[in-house]
Design a protein around this ligand. Sequence first.
Ligand SMILES: Nc1nc2c(c(=O)[nH]1)N[C@H]1C(S)=C(S)[C@@H](COP(=O)(O)O)O[C@H]1N2
Ligand SMILES: [Mo]
Length: 229
Amino acid sequence: MQKELPPGQHVIPNFDRFGLGLFAKRLAASPDELTLRVQGDVNHPLTLNASHLAVLPRVDQTSDFHCVTTWSCLGVQWSGVRFRDFYNEIVLPQASPRPKTNTVVFRSQDGYAACMQLEDLMAGDVLLADALDGQALGLKHGGPLRLVAPAHYGYKNAKHIQTIEFWPDRSHFRFPKPYPSLMDHPRGRVALEERARYLPNWVIRIAYKALAPSARRKMRQALEASGRG
Ligand SMILES: Nc1nc2c(c(=O)[nH]1)N[C@H]1C(S)=C(S)[C@@H](COP(=O)(O)O)O[C@H]1N2
Ligand SMILES: [Mo]
């Protein structure tokens, strides 16, 4: 089945470890065992482990993955739980976020962070995934738990999640330093090409596409050098 690619994207064959260069060597300390904190503007902060998520329905999903640097990987096979189920069945009843919650911040073991709108996370294809191709995610792809939001650029798909925060606005979020905040679009939807702020997309496409190969190389080399990959 031939689908149309989102604007400005091209297909690459392999789904490699990828990210901003500075995160290449910042490997997750605990990629296999989940300790997940739920906090922010909530009445009851939670600390969860895998058994808490195991009560939610498990989902297998095949979806395309689109990085803001213009590469796309088609047909990536994830498993996990729906963010929507996690929110409705665990966060709402147990953590009790304030009524004005509309912003969610993901903080990762490697110091990465991503910010999304709660509304966008309620889509049925948004997962908290723990497996790729039937294998635990591990150090390479965001273990123990990562976000999969296929309609949003890769940089919103936080890997190695350790904290999920619920807020009434974006004021508690800053795009990981020293990268400029304009790299973060508040929404980041692929179909609308919300790559970043202020700069025209044609400039962003050219610049990011040029930088992607070295970022990919750095990510691969750091994993190999660690002896943990
Ligand atoms: N914790 C963490 N999450 C992250 C990143 C990162 O460096 N650290 N990079 C983001 C970017 S830019 C992309 S494209 C995807 C890459 O996911 P992959 O390594 O599984 O290919 O992870 C996203 N989530
Ligand atoms: Mo990306």
